[in-house]
Design a protein around this ligand. Structure first.
Ligand code: PGA
Ligand code: ZN
Length: 431
């Protein structure tokens, strides 16, 4: 999926301002295996003979022959006009969901223009994005949520829940958080080898292990052991993304959807399971516990939910969906995926709206990621306090963590204030 999803948004000489621009700015666009129904549309070629119909020749054509020329003709300035650039891209596409020219075509250009804009202003990308978001607050390094056990449609085991994450809230810094996460990941490998043999350490789409387990408590018990063996109990918390839209069938949730026998749960019964898990394990965040159209279950669960309740497929980084969720008191946190909406400006607007509602914002990669590290700068620029980018394993996941450690070093070296979000990860954006 990485290769199929990658699209170079090359904006050579994007400025009309007379500045000396001979640099090229590129961007890679990701894709997801568990896409939601309300996401902007990623254009794939219909030609089944090439890449099994997953090619992006049409999207590339649209960049080169439609969007690119329109942008050059408009003579906008990347240093100051990102909003206008993104508005123009949307206008040229003309559809509500970017299905005409492709959200993948549009986003590549939007990201590359943000990079060009940062260069034109002479600031790092995270600073450019902070300025675009209208903030002047000090930088905050996010708590990285490492998805170390993969299930759902991201792996070949029979675990219904897609992601089990560890979050080093007790680290001293970004670099320390990466160290703690990596140590637990390597320890988990040993624990799995001991419990199931070496074949259990194969990995899923996001670099987490995919052992032969099916129940969430089995996964969480393994995490407890690995964290304990590393001496990090209390300093590393957990998070779950069941990605439940994937196993919602006819009004019920089938936790056996990957096995031979179904395990049907009503929304209420699934709520009981979540509450048991929250009681038993140090879970601080729950994402997409219910399906994207199951509003009543979201609202009912949110009434007594003691942890961060994140909408991914539910919200699709879309302000209309965020508004609807607020009306229905469905959740209290936005998962921010730039390719769900298709321009950087709209992603910033979604984050702004979430903050205004008193929610938190959790920046996310995709299962079909690329080595592009844009979201590392985005999470610092928006002061989101946390992000998820998979395991400390595989280049496309590690690229973001490496970039975050570089950013931390760079800010420190500049003498500017930088803190690690730690246990304040949900609220630090407003501090
Ligand atoms: P996806 O998974 O990229 O396959 O959608 C990530 C998530 O559900 O958070
Ligand atoms: Zn999700």
């Amino acid at each position: 999926m990485d290769v199929f999803g990658a699209l170079s948004g090359d904006t050579k000489d994007p400025s009309s301002s007379g500045r000396d621009f001979d640099r090229q700015f590129q961007a890679l666009v990701p894709s997801g295996a568990s896409k939601g129904d309300y996401e902007a549309i990623e254009l794939r070629d219909d030609n089944k003979d090439v890449y099994g119909g997953k090619g992006v020749e049409t999207a590339v054509h649209n960049v080169e022959n439609v969007l690119g020329p329109a942008l050059i003709k408009a003579k906008l300035d990347v240093a100051t006009d990102l909003k206008k650039i993104d508005a123009l891209l949307r206008e040229v596409d003309g559809s509500k969901d970017k299905s005409k020219l492709g959200a993948n075509a549009i986003l590549g250009i939007s990201m590359a223009c943000a990079r060009a804009g940062a260069a034109a202003r002479g600031v790092p990308l995270y600073e450019f994005l902070r300025e675009e978001s209208g903030s002047k607050k000090p930088y905050v390094m996010p708590v990285p949520f490492f998805n170390v056990l993969n299930g759902g449609v991201h792996s070949g085991n029979t675990m219904a829940f897609q992601e089990c994450m560890i979050a080093p809230v007790g680290a001293r810094s970004m670099a320390h958080a990466v160290q703690m996460g990596s140590e637990v990941y390597q320890e988990l490998k040993k624990v799995l080898t001991k419990a199931f043999g070496p074949t259990a350490t194969g990995i899923g789409d996001e670099g987490g292990f995919a052992p032969p387990i099916s129940q969430p408590h089995e996964a969480l018990d393994l995490l407890v052991t690995a964290v304990e063996n590393c001496g990090y109990t209390g300093r590393i918390k957990f998070a779950i993304d069941p990605a439940s839209s994937e196993f919602y069938r006819g009004g019920e949730y089938d936790l056996g959807f990957k096995g031979k026998t179904s395990e049907k749960y009503t929304g209420e019964k699934l709520g009981d399971l979540y509450r048991q898990l929250l009681d038993r394990y140090p879970i601080i965040l729950l994402e997409d516990p219910y399906a994207q159209d199951d509003w009543p279950s979201w609202t009912a669960f949110n009434k007594t939910c003691p942890v961060e309740l994140v909408g991914d497929d539910l919200l699709a980084t879309n302000v209309d969906r965020i508004e609807e969720a607020e009306e229905k008191t469905a959740c209290n946190s936005l998962l921010l995926k730039i390719n769900q909406i298709g321009t950087i400006t709209e992603a910033l607007s979604a984050a702004k709206m979430a903050y205004e509602l008193g929610w938190s914002v959790f920046v996310s990669h995709r299962s079909g990621e690329t080595t592009d590290d844009f979201i590392a700068d985005l999470t610092v620029g928006l002061r989101t306090g946390h992000l998820k980018s998979g395991s400390p394993c595989r280049g496309e996941r590690v690229a973001k963590y490496n970039r975050l450690m570089d950013i931390e070093d760079e800010i420190k070296a500049s003498g500017a204030e930088v803190m690690y979000a730690g246990v304040e990860l949900r609220t630090i954006h407003s501090a």
